[in-house]
Design a protein. Structure first.
Ligand code: 4AD
Ligand code: MG
Length: 483
């Protein structure tokens, strides 16, 4: 049998430190590791240096001892190697550190290679802590901090949990387009995609004073998608059960800690399912993710608990085990109208779109667990939601969770052609842009439902971070996009 291949020359620090005895049993073995110096110091009057080396594979760093003679062989000065941010590849022997040391294993360098030096007067990340807000100016470097690397690892686990959950339910992963010609939410919050203004002539082609989109790349107007739902619906009406997971874009001028202009959404779409089935699906999926994190990344979660949110692990544990409360919008409004111990900024009355303060009150104060609110007034919801028999409400649902508020938004889709055309007309939507979507209702229409889970909202919930800008590697918000 051929030997397993690893694709880099380095052993992961995680693989060294995660043995049951914290690496102790590896003493005497040779290893090559590569990473970035977290902290370093010279000792023994400059005869050797201690480096705390982190390679991103886990929170912990490996202690490296570099004798000055080894550094000299590589033409390097120990004083430069110890600087925070320096990258280095080292080969040597794993050895047991002196008694009383926290780590159970360290690496004695015998050869130092591939060093990337830094200019300490210019390197923006200090050895000490920098505020999360300041770190946002350096998305290309902040991944080297314990906080951001832990979050990105948790993000990866959630992504894998998502694939695992849907695969276990035989729900196929499909890829829906990023560039689209229709506005899924009908809210007009789309970024336009055009090559018209890139052209060297400084004018945009126009016809009768209007921009002539027949001259544009797609010969019609195109946008970045706000949701993969419409395409997922078409694929579900053939494949049966699908989900799409991708970036979505909203050109809304929201400056909150829960909104991004580019965020990732997980969107299952299930044929032969009414609203109840997708409520079950959303509940099971959220619980599955909570359990997954508790089983697969407890070290990073403990770091979040210690540094950011004492309740993060408790919250995940509780949600993994609890049954979500389900109430109608009408019941939710009645409950909120009775609240006397709190003054809401936004008045509560039937017909309003629940504000974040209302959502959080329901889930954090009244029920102290996730709440699914369903059957919303049609006036505040999107055109594709199925009109209920009362003709006032639609079969929509939102999953509200503590810490975040709205985590999931979904609905049963209107499958009746005439009802949908009437609703779209009332809302002033251009029917021609939705021709294929409407075709679904003409050719073998079927009851179907789906939802969208805001992936960064799930990360806020899991990590206890307060700001959505810190749970995505490259946040895009009004007025700000770095790199
Ligand atoms: O409620 P929304 O707008 O629903 C849809 O887009 C549907 N088409 C989804 C579907 O049924 N397939 O968005 C879904 C979720 C929200 O519940 C929220 O968690 C998240 O996406 N979300 C945002 N997350 C970050 N920044 C924003 N600007 C967000 N807008 C929505
Ligand atoms: Mg919503």
């Amino acid at each position: 049998m051929s030997e397993e291949r690893f694709y880099t020359k380095c052993t992961l620090i995680h693989d060294i430190l995660s043995t049951q005895d914290g690496g102790a049993s590896l003493s005497g073995k040779r290893a090559t590791v590569g990473g970035w110096v977290k902290t370093g110091r010279q000792q023994g009057k400059g005869t050797f240096a201690f480096l705390e080396l982190n390679d991103g594979s886990c929170l912990a760093s490996l202690q490296i001892i570099v004798p000055s003679a080894v550094a000299e062989q590589a033409g390097l000065d120990l004083a430069k190697l110890v600087l925070t941010g320096t990258s280095i590849t080292v080969s040597g022997t794993l050895t047991t550190p002196p008694e009383g040391t926290k780590q159970k294993i360290e690496l004695r360098a015998e050869e130092v290679k591939d060093v990337g030096l830094i200019d300490k007067d210019e390197y923006p990340l200090p050895k000490t802590k920098m505020s999360l807000e300041k770190l946002r100016d350096y998305p290309h470097l902040r991944v080297r901090t314990n906080t951001i690397s832990a979050i990105i690892r948790i993000r990866d686990e959630l992504s894998f949990a998502t694939a695992t959950f849907f695969r276990s339910k035989k729900i196929r992963h499909v890829h829906t387009p990023i560039i689209t010609t229709s506005d899924c939410e009908g809210a007009g919050e789309m970024f336009q995609v055009t090559t018209l203004i890139n052209q060297t002539e400084k004018t945009v082609p126009n016809k009768d004073g209007k921009i002539d989109y027949t001259k544009d790349f797609f010969a019609r107007q195109a946008f970045l998608t706000v949701s993969g739902q419409l395409h997922a619906e078409t694929l579900a009406c053939g494949l049966g059960r699908v989900y799409t997971f991708g970036p979505t874009f909203r050109a809304e001028n929201s400056h909150t800690s829960r909104h991004l202009a580019e965020f990732w959404m997980v969107e299952p779409e299930l044929a032969f399912a009414d609203l109840k089935y997708v409520m079950d699906c959303a509940e099971d999926y959220v619980k599955f993710m909570c359990k997954w994190l508790l089983d697969h990344c407890i070290e990073d979660l403990e770091f979040m608990v210690k540094n950011f949110d004492k309740t993060a692990i408790d919250r995940l544990t509780k949600v993994a085990e609890t049954t979500f409360k389900r109430i109608t919008y009408t019941e939710a409004v009645e409950l909120l109208e009775k609240v006397t111990d709190k003054e809401f900024e936004n008045k509560v009355e039937w017909g309003i779109d629940l504000a974040s303060e209302h959502e959080r009150y329901l889930t954090e104060v009244i029920y102290k667990k996730p709440v699914i609110v369903y059957d919303y007034p049609k006036g505040i919801k999107a055109f594709y939601m199925r009109l209920n028999d009362d003709a006032e409400t639609v079969a929509a649902m939102d999953v509200l969770v503590p810490k975040v508020g709205e985590l999931v938004g979904g609905s049963q889709r209107e499958e009746r052609y005439d009802v949908m055309v009437q609703r779209m007309t009332e809302m002033g939507l251009p029917l021609e842009a939705y021709k294929e979507y409407l075709d679904l209702r003409r050719y073998g229409t079927v009851t179907h439902s789906g939802f969208g889970l805001g992936f960064e909202r799930m990360l806020l919930f899991a990590t206890g971070m307060d700001n959505i800008r810190d749970v995505i590697p490259y946040p895009r918000t009004p007025g700000k996009a770095v790199l």
